[in-house]
Design a protein around this ligand. Structure first.
Ligand code: EAX
Length: 328
């Protein structure tokens, strides 16, 4: 006889109860939405938009509990949590996703996206939907592409204008093979670390620098532990809105439609938030004492990372990289 995990039984009951005759008002089905940045961030804005939209569409049948600031662990831990059903939903960068779904690494190649319009055209188009569909092979449901932003480099040693300035610098990267190789090719000494360990590692000097979009730099007051900012824009960082397949399978088709719609609202809110924060972000970082290198020798950086394309394009679906480049 087929056995059902307690988690599956309680989920089934919780989802079936509102259907009871006599319209007994029952407690909303609570679901956690975990992410690493704090609540007052572009991720918090996305999470709030998601929560409001799902409660509106479900007429209060579902209640989203926001779990910011790595309350449920780093991005990789949380993705594993979704796979076993200990977490329902997450907003995560693509940092650790390639380890689960290798084709997602295509989004992590350096200097691949020209600007935000290009990134949105790719992610909102055929390619973005194809990649979201691949999540299911890992017990995850890719609902939508929200935004983290173009990543820039910070460090506590010296201004970085050329790859030579990076030589030997201990740079934290996300737990991502393409990012690791990118900084190795740029001459740095990259160290893959979960975001949950970065601030302490910078404070203790075990790493000299890190790279993140402006909204992550400002919300974490990075000027307190980093002196130099270089606007490299070396990688576009999307944020995936992901649900545990265990919970997804317990939803009706109508309810699944609500979660997709709420994920779209989260994506839109995050893009608006990133644009708003970026409008004043660099000035805020400068006002707080960071030395800012606005212009890099782009060709030098682009040439230095060419081996990453040569090495990985074969492994991570090189055609996809071509299709991304050709997307208008
Ligand atoms: O998703 O780990 C990172 O640097 C990410 O940009 C951060 O966790 C937000």
């Amino acid at each position: 006889m087929k056995t059902y995990s307690l988690k599956k039984i309680t989920t089934a009951i919780a989802l079936a109860l509102p259907l009871l005759p006599g319209g007994i008002a029952l407690a909303a089905q609570e679901m956690n939405l975990a992410f690493t940045p704090p609540l007052n961030s572009h991720y918090g804005d996305a999470g709030r938009a998601f929560a409001e939209e799902i409660e509106r569409l479900s007429d209060g049948e579902f209640k989203i509990v926001l779990q910011p600031a790595s309350a449920m662990g780093g991005e990789r831990d949380v993705l594993e949590g979704l796979q076993i059903g200990s977490v329902e939903l997450t907003l995560t960068s693509t940092g650790p996703i390639g380890n689960f779904i290798p084709s997602i690494y295509a989004l992590d190649f350096p200097f691949l996206f020209r600007d935000y319009e290009h990134a949105h055209a790719v992610l909102d188009g055929e390619i973005g939907q194809e990649l979201l569909a691949e999540f299911e092979s890992e017990g995850l449901i890719g609902l939508a592409w929200a935004e983290n932003g173009f990543r820039h480099l910070t460090n506590s040693l010296r201004p970085v204008e050329t790859p030579d300035d990076l030589r030997g610098m201990k740079i934290r990267t996300m737990e991502n093979r393409v990012h690791l190789e990118t900084f190795r090719e740029l001459g740095a000494a990259p160290a893959p670390l979960s975001w949950t360990e970065v601030i302490t590692a910078l404070q203790q000097g075990t790493i000299d620098g890190q790279e993140n979009p402006t909204p992550i730099l400002t919300v974490n007051s990075i000027w307190e532990i980093q002196d130099h900012l270089t606007l490299t824009g070396h990688v576009y960082s999307p944020t995936a809105v992901v649900m545990s397949q265990i919970y997804w399978d317990g939803l009706s088709e109508e309810q699944q439609g609500w979660f997709r719609q709420a994920a779209q609202a989260a994506a839109q809110a995050s893009r608006e938030s990133v644009a708003r924060i970026e409008a004043e972000g660099v000035e805020l970082l400068r006002e707080n004492g960071m030395q800012v290198v606005e212009e890099i020798d782009y060709e030098q950086f682009r040439d230095a990372v060419q081996p990453v394309y040569d090495r990985f394009a074969g492994e991570f679906n090189g055609d996809l990289l071509e299709r991304i480049r050709n997307t208008q």
